[in-house]
Design a protein around this ligand. Sequence first.
Ligand SMILES: Cc1cc2nc3c(=O)[nH]c(=O)nc-3n(C[C@H](O)[C@H](O)[C@H](O)COP(=O)(O)OP(=O)(O)OC[C@H]3O[C@@H](n4cnc5c(N)ncnc54)[C@H](O)[C@@H]3O)c2cc1C
Length: 381
Amino acid sequence: MALDAETFDALIDTVRRFVAERLRPLEADVEANDAIPDDVTAEMKAMGLFGLSIAEDYGGLGLTMIEEAKVAIELGRTTPAFRSSFGTNVGIGSQGLVMAGSPEQKAEWLPRIASGEVITSFALTEPDVGSDSGAVKTKAVWDGQAYRLSGTKRYITNADKADLFTVMARTGDEPGGRGVSAFLVPRSLAGVSIGEPENKMGQKGAKVADVMFDDVIVPAENRLGAEGEGFKIAMRVLDRGRLHISAVCVGVAERLIADCVAYASERKQFGKPIAEHQLIQAMIADSKTEALAARALVLETAAAKDAGKDVVMESAAAKYFASEMVGRVADRAVQIYGGAGYIADYGIERLYRDVRLFRIYEGTSQIQQLIIARETLKRGG
Ligand SMILES: Cc1cc2nc3c(=O)[nH]c(=O)nc-3n(C[C@H](O)[C@H](O)[C@H](O)COP(=O)(O)OP(=O)(O)OC[C@H]3O[C@@H](n4cnc5c(N)ncnc54)[C@H](O)[C@@H]3O)c2cc1C
């Protein structure tokens, strides 16, 4: 259910001030330490950010998709690792449970996910299974009393601190996604182990690691939905996640454009601010136009989703366009800053590296193109 307009405006205002006054001054520290400070995490929990998308009945804020997108745009205006720290709880780590969980499963986990007491991760990718995600090799074999889960998941966001994993594993012989089921797997179960965090190009402060399952005994009541429904659940989770990521891309682009305007108005060459040179203005115009287009696409798709429409194609289009758009905006930002754009102190090169991930995870740009084409052909235009 949507918040009343006044409450929602107050939330946006609080998040905007939190980003500007609390988070932005910490960006360089997060990069240097590759960690979000604990007190900031505690403040984000207190603000309800870990439960943005979880129903009020379970202690979340119960935002609609368009409300969540607007909050994600605000959070995009700072280093993406802050959002990533609660992003799995709001998105891919909890939405399988929200969409397909039983009342008992929801009651057991959702209140603690919404408060941030329990951190979640979504475990689909494997060493040999990436874009072809229906081909998962991790196995969950029924032994008459419980499932025995074995396999390795790769690049799992927030695995280092996750308490609960949504794991896609093969339970049947059916080919591709039809043989895949989804499970809630607490980290505390015997046989679950976490690898060392990977060294990444950007998004310092957000960790990814392997998650290993070595003959983990998973009770039947931990299965999400029916056997064989896991891949469908994962795809529905990603449809929603893609919209959230698109909104973050819009926020980062808007922040970069504001930074470029400020810098270009100050920096003088040939006797005047570089903002007065038309070739600089052309870059600002291109970035602004593309950011506006992405914002419109994201918000219109979010509204359509809230209205119950099928937005598989539109979510993929939003992710494809917004993630490619922010890459171009970041590239132009480096150019507008000139040498300073390449120097770490100015923070532009950091965002340039950070945004590169958006074209890769939750489905690469190529996979979004395939979805857009498939759905458009199916719809006849
Ligand atoms: C920082 C980070 C965080 C991540 N977090 C998570 C997470 O929390 N949970 C999770 O499950 N996964 C996560 N992932 C994994 C991510 O979703 C995958 O990396 C992504 O889906 C691509 O898979 P891949 O890396 O195996 O690339 P591949 O699938 O091997 O793709 C390599 C290249 O081939 C292209 N390609 C593949 N198939 C086709 C095709 N049919 N047509 C045209 N081109 C194609 C791809 O677009 C890409 O350019 C994360 C990854 C990173 C880097």
